[in-house]
Ligand binder design. Structure first.
Ligand SMILES: [Zn+2]
Length: 382
């Protein structure tokens, strides 16, 4: 089966994050088994009670009987099995359709194209009959699109250790050696409601939130001095994206909530901003003992960085003909880094067409990716 046929079969299996990815994992397990890979399913139940699975398939090494002995591989090819939802009116969503050298379908770009290429490349290497001197792993994860949940589980379980990892995401085949983190907190300010004609009887949560938001803007300015020149913008960025407070124009508001999102440069832990925020809250509380604020830190995903002279970076720069860059969107590379890997994000398709109706991958990039991954396996594992 060629890479396009494989991609068509992957796209035909609906694996939107809200559903179980069991059918897709079964398909990938069958394909792995057919070429003699050892594999294991790592199931878990998501927040809605739906069964999700990560899958690890190995070439050149077996799983140990002792669970504490995790497999060690030279190279891991990592792709997430889930996709974002699709418009039910998009007739091609589950039916891969070729037009003008482009393949359309949900997940065609993000990130089933990479999975199809990784399977095809691995099959080609195995079919040469030459055993791998150093082991290879195919790692297929669940729930990437809703917060890297599957990859975080693999990292927490120390399920595998890898020296190098290629994390498949649409980068138009450019190797990306560093990425910013992604963090999110919801902040709630409590006040006391009162008739707005008698504000002294209450305490305005909106005025409290406004003071804190002004301080957040100051924190954003302070963080600009911590620069990482490989990124544009070169510093941690902050956004207060949603503010919600009050109930009526003539009521002193009793509650105000806002979201604070930040994307820390690698090397700056997610806790750095939380510490600065805690200092600001402590000062506000000292000035006004009624200032009542809680911070719910919902996401704290660190960035990642692999050195520009790492073997995996150099190999992929050579094989793709593209200089390494950096990404501003979140990926599973940080989890692979936690599993010991020098990680690079690379895959066919353009992130700008992902996550929208009409998502596609160019045929030429899909096919080139097979060759790149095959050469990478041969260079690193032979
Ligand atoms: Zn993706």
């Amino acid at each position: 089966m060629n890479v396009q046929e494989t991609l068509a079969e992957l796209v035909a299996i609906d694996s939107v994050s809200s559903r179980s990815n069991a059918a897709l994992v079964d398909y990938l397990a069958r394909r792995s088994e057919a070429i003699g890979l050892a594999f294991t399913r790592l199931p878990y139940t998501d927040e809605s009670g739906v069964e999700k699975l990560n899958l690890i398939a190995l070439a050149g090494v077996k799983f140990s009987d002792q669970p504490a002995q995790r497999p060690q591989v030279e190279l891991a090819l990592v792709g997430h099995t889930d996709t974002v939802p699709y418009d039910p009116n998009w007739s091609e969503a589950l039916q891969l359709t070729e037009r003008d050298g482009k393949l359309y379908g949900r997940g065609a770009c993000d990130t089933k194209a990479f999975i199809a290429a990784a399977l095809t490349a691995t099959e080609a290497v195995i079919k040469t009959g030459k055993p791998l001197a150093k082991p290879l792993a195919l790692v297929f994860t669940a729930d990437e699109e809703i917060g890297l949940v599957g990859a975080k589980r693999l990292a927490d379980a120390r399920a595998i250790s890898a020296r190098y990892a290629i994390v498949g995401e649409p980068t138009s085949l450019r190797p990306m050696r560093a990425g910013k983190g992604y963090c999110l907190a919801e902040i709630t300010i409590k006040g006391r409601e009162a008739h707005s004609a008698y504000p002294a009887l209450g305490a305005s949560a909106v005025f409290g939130a406004a003071r804190l938001i002004a301080r957040v803007e100051g924190i954003a300015a302070d963080l600009r001095s911590d620069e990482h020149p490989a990124f544009d913008p070169s510093h941690t960025t902050l956004n207060v994206g949603l503010v919600h407070g009050g109930t009526a124009k003539n009521v002193v508001p009793g509650e105000c909530r806002f979201t604070l999102e930040w994307r820390p440069i690698p090397g700056q832990g997610p806790e750095r901003l939380l510490e600065l925020l805690a200092e600001a809250i402590a000062e506000e509380t000292q000035r006004d003992p009624d200032f009542d604020c809680t911070v719910n830190a919902a996401r704290a995903d660190e960035g990642f960085e692999t050195a520009p002279d790492s073997t995996i970076v150099c190999v992929l720069e050579e094989l793709t003909g593209n200089d390494a860059g950096t990404v501003a969107f979140g990926t599973e590379a940080a989890q692979l880094t936690a599993l010991g890997a020098e990680a690079v994000v690379m895959g066919p398709g353009d992130i700008r067409v992902a996550h929208r109706t009409g998502e596609f991958v160019p045929v030429a990039e899909l096919e080139a990716c097979v060759g790149i991954l095959r050469s990478a396996i041969e260079r690193l594992c032979a």
